[in-house]
Design a binder for this molecule. Sequence first.
Ligand code: C2E
Ligand code: MG
Ligand code: MG
Ligand code: MG
Length: 284
Amino acid sequence: KAGGKDQVKLASSEDGAAFALRKQLELDLWNAVEKEEMFLEYQPVASARTGEPFLFEALVRWRHPRLGVIPPADFIDLAEQSGSIVGIGGWALAAACREAAGWPAELRIAVNISPRQLEAGDFPAWVAAVLEETGLAPGRLEVEITESAYRGGLEPVAAVVADLHTLGVTVAMDDFGTGYSSLSSLQRIPFDKLKIDQSLVVRGHGDKRAVSVLRSIVTIGRALGMHVTAEGVETAEHEAFLRGIGVDSLQGFYFGPPLSAKQAMGLIKERFGRNDRDRASSVA
Ligand code: C2E
Ligand code: MG
Ligand code: MG
Ligand code: MG
């Protein structure tokens, strides 16, 4: 019992430390963009048909002055809860579009957008302003949202998607297959793309039931005229299987990890033999 008491004390002081760290990170997040601590990496997404990259997904990272590089899994939720995600996500969208404007015109960029951003003011107008400012053609931008965007109902999301389509921007449903309302949302919102979550991909290869689920997702995607992509493609076996069931594009460590802007540009020059940065900066 005495030992138990000590354990309780220890546990609660650890909770206290974790709480303090959380609070500190929450505060730090409000200044992270201004202090230029946020940066983006770009992960290639390859065509299943050719194996060549045609799109990069922008993924944010936080270089914290004391804690080092923090992955989005450790701060996006905190930023979403506190509201600093609006500034961080706005920065990420603009930085990604600016970078992509320097790539060959056939390459697209995908940017993750959190629920608060969709709900904050006029999101489509913000996107239009960023495209205008960066000179990126609207057709080269894809916005990725997850089912967490539905917390205010499907209608507000459907309205944003319609406005983005008017601009010429496409919309992907990210982490598809992990949520609860997937099918009813597909009835009502004309997404351009389904991104099959990596957890389904990992389980899919070899597991009969999982294979059936994956095949069905591809069938639904096809029937609704959507592009179907898979994330978390880590092996040649994953690739062969996903290509075999008709997935359109593939993203994962097998095709390449998230790259720095410089590394991405290196890959682009290697694959495309040129870049359009000079043209982009002379236009801007
Ligand atoms: P996501 O949008 O589903 O992005 C895919 C995640 O899977 C990335 O993690 C990527 O690095 C990782 N990944 C890529 N290939 C593989 C693979 O072959 N195997 C495995 N196991 N993982 C792979 P990351 O970069 O840590 O990002 C995590 C999540 O954070 C993203 O998931 C996205 O939901 C969120 N996120 C990232 N950047 C932003 C952003 O700018 N704004 C918002 N709101 N969320 C972001
Ligand atoms: Mg994503
Ligand atoms: Mg995803
Ligand atoms: Mg995911």
